[in-house]
Write a protein of this length. Sequence first.
Length: 420
Amino acid sequence: MVLFKKGEWKLFWPFYMALFIGISIPGIQVVLIPFFLLKGFTLTQVGIGMGLMSLFTILAEVPTGAVADIFGKRVSIQVHWILHTIVSLLFVFVTSPWQMYVLFAIFGISGTFASGAFEALPYEICKKEKRKELINEFYSKISFVREIAHFISYFATAGVLLLLGSEKIYTFFGIDFKGIDFLWPIGAIGFFAAFLIFFNVKEDVKPRKINLKNDFIETYKLSVEGIKYAKNHPVINKLFFASFFLTISYIFFSETVYQPFLLNIGFNAEKIALIVAFASIVGAIFSLIPKTLEKKFKTEKHFIEFTIIFQLALIVGLFFFNKIFAFSVLFFFIFYNVHRSLREPLFQPFKQLFMKDNVRATVGSVDSLLSNVASVIFFPVAGILLDNIGVINTTISASIPLVIGLVILYTIKMKERVAH
């Protein structure tokens, strides 16, 4: 079996290596909440920071796109890596909420430099080299590389924390650092390595004349067009709302919530990293299920509804058995993966069934915008709930958007997926 097709590695090795090294290095994400709690921040403050990151992702999408148009997509992606490097180093020294908010905002801006460019640049390279048959190979491989890199990173993070001790104090130049703090500069090394590797990407840059005002107007027009199309469509508007509420349910067990959940049942940062690493293995197994299990249901919609009902059943179990340690651990392993590995692999293609080709990109961008809006609003809401009603009740409250999403999906008729 040949791992790479002829010429594939030569064209794409900087992409594969940059992403692999940038992600697989031990990082803070899997223990982000313990880090901030040890710094003395509240979960409300962290939630506001996460919301700001999503807000600035929305606001920066058009202006940062101009960088790719002027200097090329490779440079834009490198700006992303170098910003992540700098911000990761600065997070170690955060002592006040406003500092955290600024860095989260820059993180949000940083992501937009790479969001579209990383997908578009390989296509342009294939087109230039007259090797369009390699593009599907790239997208398939890059997804695999990302998953493997995350898997390695989780275990590597656990190893670093077990070696250093998350709360052990280290003093350098009269400044005290905890073991968990070192995950930021270690992660920064991976980002900087990715930045350097990307110098090997060859791109023919043809600068486009930039008019940010017109770009904003065009983006606004496309959004309005997508919203109008959805409003008048018998299914797309329902899919928008279903996706919006399912995103909210995901936020209510994202890292902002599941990490306090694991802390609440007695795990420290070291063990949280290890538990999430093992959960990623469960997720990999879960990801093999949808295509097999889906065949036992009448339609894709019925399978997606089943995943929501399954989550609701788990929440009912948590309501009654949250004092039982073994159940709480089992709940985490399953609930953590249902959205990521069971539902999303089918829900995204399912939405495409109801979209015309000529509006697919426009409608998709509005769908993405709504997900970001949900993040802007509900990450802070999740933080407020965690500080005021506790982690168990916050997790249970995910049932509200789940029920709403389920009801909306139930009203969708599959016969409407035909050409319209």
